[in-house]
Structure formats: structure tokens, C-alpha cells
Design a protein around this ligand. Structure first.
Ligand SMILES: *[C@@H]1O[C@H](CO)[C@@H](O)[C@H](O)[C@H]1NC(C)=O
Ligand SMILES: *[C@@H]1O[C@H](CO)[C@@H](O)[C@H](O)[C@H]1NC(C)=O
Ligand SMILES: *[C@@H]1O[C@H](CO)[C@@H](O)[C@H](O)[C@H]1NC(C)=O
Ligand SMILES: *[C@@H]1O[C@H](CO)[C@@H](O)[C@H](O)[C@H]1NC(C)=O
Ligand SMILES: *[C@@H]1O[C@H](CO)[C@@H](O)[C@H](O)[C@H]1NC(C)=O
Ligand SMILES: *[C@@H]1O[C@H](CO)[C@@H](O)[C@H](O)[C@H]1NC(C)=O
Ligand SMILES: *[C@@H]1O[C@H](CO)[C@@H](O)[C@H](O)[C@H]1NC(C)=O
Ligand SMILES: *[C@@H]1O[C@H](CO)[C@@H](O)[C@H](O)[C@H]1NC(C)=O
Ligand SMILES: *[C@@H]1O[C@H](CO)[C@@H](O)[C@H](O)[C@H]1NC(C)=O
Ligand SMILES: *[C@@H]1O[C@H](CO)[C@@H](O)[C@H](O)[C@H]1NC(C)=O
Length: 578
């Protein structure tokens, strides 16, 4: 009852009294959500009855908020719903409004009422609210060079008053540039809260310079103590740019490629993202082969030598590389197993086919040969011949072999041993030939027992044996040596056991081995021109011809076997001389 009586009194005073403002309009700044403290403005008023707070709506209507009696120390609060439970009126008539909202931006008036006067002290409240931390929304994943790309929308929400957004690239402010930097902003007001949200979109002409660039935005806003700004997190983008160059590489990247290698052609473009598809052009081919990454060639052949190219799948930007496939082949004639007869002529041809000049080397039974037998073949020419060539840098080696077997008819020699123990006489024979000849001996006329020893192997083509006889009478011993190439018969007159033998070394019937000095042509195994694909056949042909030595003559090669063998033969001759 008391309160309503006082209100009616206040209203009465308001109507009647001349309004007298005190120290002028004061401004109170407050932060949203915090407490607004509005001092009454005038401290000492004589004979004060009470103080009363009201606010004024824009159209001039006054709304009572609270009053406090100076004498009774009693407070009354008004019914304004938006201020329910938010007000506090202190002893010095300072009005506190808790939980400031934008709607509190009003003109508040403190009235100090005395018996005969009313003092009005108005105050204007300003409320400030900082925005949320600015965020860059709608960021694209990538940006393409040469195009206007949207960088994003910078949003600062719920500020009061509205803030300003500024864009930055690498920390430098971005200003609008025609057709390069386009900034569009707008603000939205939430009608229920009264707060502003500011949006600013940035569109930007991207170049390769923007690789690893970062963008940010700041919002600048007012707070009670002035301008403040807040910065967003930075945004960066994968910059897509087109390929400006393609390259082609060979893997593995070794210096030489040889036949049988596996290689990979790898085409690359320097764009981002790197191009995924290429056209590979094989040597001499117009039509490209589409491949999504690399082009593999397994077991590469010599005919794959040439220029390899690649381009982007739209046939743009060609790259090229040359591939040389190294190879080394040998053509050796003859091959396999060759059988020749003693004295025959012979030709060997070893031609290298290689990707570069190469020399060939001959070996016989694993020893390097400087000359190849070509005419008048001898037994010692038998063996395994090998033609070799090497391209060391390229890691290529080739070898071809053949096996030569020299055959000959038997040659037989009968030798009388002049020493005798008086009971027996000894005859020796030596036979040579290949295949190994069989030797049969017999005596003519009277039956004489021939005690023949086992054959001794002198070399792989020469054998000897002894024949011990005890002839009662003069006799003739005949021996036949035979292999599939022919036979030779030799005879020797042996006188009766009672008659000592005279030295018959000069016996015309005796066989003898002639010195047949070898006239092998000394051929130098030279550099043989390597051949490229054109396959021009070149090389050194070891091909010389001589007349065949007449069969069945008494010329028997003496140079059989090695020196050791010759020595043995001489010794035997000396023995028979003695
Ligand atoms: C009024 O009183 C409050 C506490 O009740 C105090 O904080 C404030 O400073 C006083 N104001 C004046 C103007 O004396
Ligand atoms: C406006 O603000 C109110 C209260 O703060 C909130 O509930 C509402 O979602 C806001 N409206 C918009 C459109 O942001
Ligand atoms: C925003 O920008 C406008 C015009 O550029 C300026 O008048 C205003 O003061 C700025 N506000 C803030 C909070 O910086
Ligand atoms: C080439 O690749 C094949 C399988 O694709 C493999 O069998 C062969 O050994 C490889 N050759 C070389 C020289 O690596
Ligand atoms: C290359 O030679 C191989 C046989 O060695 C043959 O299969 C292939 O078709 C040839 N390629 C070309 C392009 O001549
Ligand atoms: C290979 O041999 C030919 C003929 O002897 C010669 O003209 C050429 O220069 C040689 N090439 C090299 C790389 O030695
Ligand atoms: C043949 O000679 C050997 C010794 O040279 C002798 O031991 C052997 O008894 C002889 N054989 C005959 C049948 O005379
Ligand atoms: C061997 O004896 C025969 C007679 O028995 C004779 O005709 C022949 O000339 C003799 N040969 C030699 C080489 O003395
Ligand atoms: C046997 O030969 C010797 C010479 O070697 C000769 O003197 C002798 O007369 C010959 N005897 C016979 C029976 O012919
Ligand atoms: C064998 O004949 C040669 C000449 O032909 C001669 O010099 C030598 O004395 C002869 N030897 C014998 C034992 O008659």
C-alpha cells in the first residue's frame, strides 16, 4: 500500500515539477552479460525524500524501475518484466542492472525528489559484445591457378555493435583488386538478441605464388575501452596448376641396357596434381600407347633400340629419350663336333654381331690361341675350340665352341733290336693313327711263335709293343696296322736265331718318320668389326686352302703330339742305332 502511494506521489511530482537536469548526460559503457552500473550522478541533495529510477522509450514514455526512500531506507521495484530480478538500487542510489543485454541500451533517468523539487539525472547506456572468434568457412580443398577461387567466408558471430572483417594473405592485408581480389561482405542482425554477425567472402585469383601461402581474417570491433581485433586460424590450400613440362626417364637408370633387361619408361609432368595418364610412343610409331603411369618393357630386344617419346594424354608436351639395347652374338662356323683327316685343310669363321665394335678371341682347350690351324691338319690340332667376345662395360659376353677331331690312317714302323741273348730276338713296332689302329703280326713261312707284349701308350695316337721271337730259320715278320681309315703293312726279314742281326737302320725297307715342319699359317686374331642391325657380315675368315697331302705316301707327319713325344721317339731311334 505504501509503495503504490509513493508511486502516485512520484507521478504527481513528475507532472507538476519543472524538470531540472543536473550535470548533463552521462554515458555508461557496459559489457554484454555483465552488470551495468549507473550512478545517480548527483550526490548531495538537501531534504531529499526519495530517489527513483525510470527509463524512457524512444517515443517518450517513461517506465518506472525502482525507488528508494531517503528516510526509511526502503526500496520499491517496478513491474517492467525485462528487469525483473535484475535490478539493485544501492544506498547511494546507484542502479545496478545485472546480465546486460542489447535492449539495455536506453536512456535511464535518476530522479531525486525533494519536497519542492525534482532533479533529473539522465544516463545513456551503451552495451558492447565481442564477436566469436572469426572462422573461415566454406574453404575449398584446392585452388586452381589462373582462376578466381573462393578462399572462404569469414564469419564473426554475435557482436555488438557490428565488426569489420579484414582479409590477410601471408599476414599482409588484402585490398580489393579488380578481377583479382573480390571481397563481399554483409552483416546480419539477430532480431531477438540484437547481435550482429558479419560475413565477408573472399575470391582470389590464384597463381603459383600461392603455393604454401596462408590466408586469415580478422574482425575488428568496439569494446568499452576502444577497438579490438581477433584473428582467425589460418587457411592454406593445395594449389592445382597445369603441367608445363613433361620428362621421360628410364629405370633402372643404368648406363647400359642390354638384351634381356627389363626396363621401365617413366613419364612425369610437373603439374599439381601430377598428370596420371600419358601417351607412350615406341620407336617409329605414330600412335601413342595410353598408360596411367609407367611403360614396362620386359626382356628387351635389340630391335627395341630407338627414340622413345611420351606426351600428356592430350598429345601436348613431348619428351623423348634414346634407348640403345646392347647385344652380342657370335656366329661360329663350324660348330658341334667336326672330324677331319690328317693333312686336311680347315676354315673357321667367327663373326660377332654386336651393338658396337668388339674383338674376338680364340681359345683351344682353355688356352689362348694366336693362330688357328688352317691347312695340313695334324693330330695335335684336335681339341675344343672356343670363340669368345666381351663387351665388358655393357656386361655382355658370348662364347661359341666346336670340337675338332683329326683322324688319320695307321702308320707303322718295325724296328729290329740288334741285341740278342742268343735265344730270342726282339722286334719293336710303333704305330700311330686315330682311331687307334689294331696291329696284327705274323711270320711267313715257318711257324714262329710271336710273343707280343701289351701295347704301350706313347700318346693318344701312338702306341708301341715288342715282339719276341726265337726263329729257327731266316723268316719274314709282317705286321698289319688297321683302322677304319685304312691299313698299313710292314715286313722285316729276321735271320735265324743263330745268325746275329746286322745293323739295318739304313735298311731301305725300314720305315722312317720324316720331319714335316709345320707350316701353319700364323694368323693373328684381330679386331673384328662389330655389326649393328644392318648385319654387314664382316670378320676374319680363317680360311686358307692347300692341296691335300696325297694318301698312302711315305710322308708321315713327325710333329705328332708334343715335344715330349718327339723326344721319346728319338730315344727309340737311338736305341735301335746302338
Ligand atoms: C555507491 O555505492 C556502491 C556500493 O554500494 C559503491 O560501489 C559506489 O562507489 C558508490 N558510488 C558513489 C558515487 O559513491
Ligand atoms: C538469435 O539469438 C537467439 C538467442 O540468442 C538464438 O536462440 C537464435 O538462434 C538466434 N537466431 C539466429 C538466426 O541466429
Ligand atoms: C568498419 O569500417 C567502417 C568503414 O570502413 C568504419 O567506419 C568503422 O569504424 C569500422 N568499424 C570498426 C569496428 O572498425
Ligand atoms: C624381368 O622380369 C621378369 C618377370 O617379369 C623376370 O622373370 C626376369 O627375371 C626379369 N629379368 C631381369 C633381367 O631382371
Ligand atoms: C623384335 O624382335 C622380336 C624377336 O626377337 C620380335 O618378337 C618382335 O616382334 C620384334 N619387334 C619389333 C618391333 O620388330
Ligand atoms: C668400328 O669399326 C669401324 C670399321 O673398322 C670404324 O669405322 C668405326 O669407327 C669403329 N667404331 C668405333 C666406335 O670404334
Ligand atoms: C713271352 O715273353 C715274356 C717276357 O718278355 C715271357 O715272360 C713269356 O713267358 C713269353 N711267353 C712265351 C709263350 O714265350
Ligand atoms: C727278305 O728276304 C726275301 C727272301 O726271303 C728277299 O726276297 C727280300 O729281298 C728280303 N728283303 C730284304 C729287305 O732284305
Ligand atoms: C740267312 O740269312 C743270312 C743273312 O742274314 C744268310 O747269310 C744266310 O745264307 C741265310 N740262310 C738261308 C738258309 O737262307
Ligand atoms: C746309313 O746310311 C748313311 C747314309 O745314308 C750313312 O752315313 C751311315 O753310315 C749308314 N750307316 C750304316 C750303319 O751303314
Amino acid at each position: 500500500m505504501e509503495a503504490s502511494a509513493r508511486i502516485s506521489l512520484v507521478v504527481c511530482v513528475l507532472c507538476a515539477a519543472t524538470l531540472r537536469t543536473g550535470y548533463g548526460l552521462q554515458t555508461v559503457n557496459a559489457v554484454f552479460g555483465e552488470t551495468i552500473i549507473i550512478p545517480c550522478g548527483r550526490e548531495i541533495v538537501e531534504d531529499l525524500l526519495f530517489a527513483s529510477w525510470k527509463y524512457e522509450t524512444p517515443d517518450g514514455i517513461a517506465v518506472f524501475l525502482a525507488s528508494r526512500s531517503a528516510v526509511k531506507n526502503k526500496i520499491n521495484y517496478g513491474d517492467a518484466p525485462e528487469y525483473k530480478n535484475r535490478l539493485e538500487l544501492s544506498e547511494n542510489y546507484t542502479l545496478s542492472i545485472a546480465n546486460a543485454v542489447i535492449d539495455d541500451e536506453k536512456r535511464f533517468v535518476c530522479m531525486l525528489v525533494t519536497v519542492d523539487n525534482v532533479f533529473e539525472e539522465p544516463a545513456v547506456v551503451k552495451v558492447f559484445k565481442p564477436p566469436s572468434k572469426p572462422e573461415i568457412l566454406e574453404q575449398p580443398k584446392i585452388m586452381e591457378t589462373g582462376k578466381i577461387n573462393r578462399v572462404g567466408v569469414c564469419v564473426a558471430k554475435d557482436s555488438y555493435p557490428d565488426g569489420n572483417i579484414t582479409w590477410f594473405r601471408n599476414g599482409k592485408m588484402l585490398l580489393p583488386v579488380d578481377r583479382a581480389v573480390i571481397i563481399v561482405w554483409h552483416k546480419e542482425k539477430n532480431s531477438s538478441s540484437g547481435l550482429y554477425s558479419t560475413h565477408s567472402s573472399l575470391q582470389y585469383l590464384t597463381t603459383k605464388e600461392d603455393i604454401r601461402a596462408f590466408f586469415s581474417c580478422t574482425v575488428t570491433y568496439f569494446m568499452p575501452n576502444g577497438q579490438v581485433s581477433a584473428e582467425s586460424d589460418t587457411a592454406s590450400f593445395d594449389i592445382y596448376y597445369p603441367t608445363e613440362k613433361v620428362t621421360i626417364q628410364i629405370q633402372p637408370s643404368k648406363k647400359y641396357i642390354k638384351e634381356g633387361d627389363n626396363i621401365t619408361l617413366q613419364c612425369r609432368g610437373n603439374g599439381n596434381p601430377p598428370p596420371q595418364e600419358f601417351l607412350y610412343y615406341l620407336p617409329g610409331q605414330e600412335q601413342g600407347i595410353v598408360s596411367s603411369s609407367a611403360y614396362h618393357i620386359t626382356d628387351i630386344k635389340r630391335n627395341a633400340t630407338g627414340d622413345y617419346k611420351c606426351s600428356l594424354s592430350d598429345k601436348n608436351m613431348m619428351a623423348s629419350t634414346t634407348v640403345t639395347v646392347h647385344y652380342l652374338d657370335l656366329s661360329l662356323t663350324p660348330s658341334g663336333e667336326i672330324t677331319k683327316q690328317i693333312g686336311d685343310s680347315f676354315s673357321v669363321l667367327c663373326v660377332p654381331f654386336a651393338s658396337k665394335n668388339v674383338s674376338v678371341l680364340f681359345m683351344k682347350d682353355s688356352k689362348i690361341l694366336t693362330a688357328i690351324p688352317s691347312k695340313n691338319l695334324q693330330y695335335r690340332d684336335s681339341g675344343v675350340y672356343e670363340c669368345l667376345a666381351n663387351l665388358e662395360e655393357e656386361g655382355l659376353q658370348s662364347r661359341k665352341t666346336f670340337k675338332l677331331t683329326v683322324e688319320g690312317k695307321p702308320k707303322l714302323k718295325l724296328i729290329k733290336n740288334p741285341f740278342s741273348d742268343g735265344k730270342t730276338k726282339t722286334i719293336s713296332y710303333e704305330v700311330e693313327g686315330f682311331p687307334r689302329p689294331e696291329v696284327y703280326c705274323s711270320s711267313a713261312g715257318q711257324l714262329v711263335h710271336l710273343n707280343k707284349t701289351e701295347e704301350t701308350v706313347i700318346s693318344n695316337i701312338r702306341y708301341s709293343a715288342k715282339i719276341i721271337i726265337s726263329p729257327e730259320e731266316n723268316t719274314t715278320i709282317s705286321c698289319v696296322a688297321e683302322n677304319r681309315l685304312g691299313r698299313e703293312v710292314r715286313s722285316l726279314n729276321v735271320s735265324a736265331i743263330s745268325i746275329p742281326e746286322k745293323d739295318e737302320r739304313n735298311d731301305s725297307s725300314g720305315t722312317y718318320f720324316l720331319d714335316d715342319s709345320s707350316d701353319h699359317a700364323k694368323l693373328i686374331v684381330g679386331i673384328v668389326v662389330g655389326l649393328l642391325l644392318a648385319a654387314l657380315v664382316a670378320g676374319i675368315a680363317y680360311c686358307l686352302y692347300i692341296r691335300k697331302s696325297g694318301a698312302g705316301t711315305k710322308h708321315v707327319g713327325k710333329e705328332l703330339g708334343n715335344k715330349e713325344e718327339n723326344k721319346k721317339l728319338e730315344e727309340n731311334n737311338h736305341k735301335s742305332e746302338a
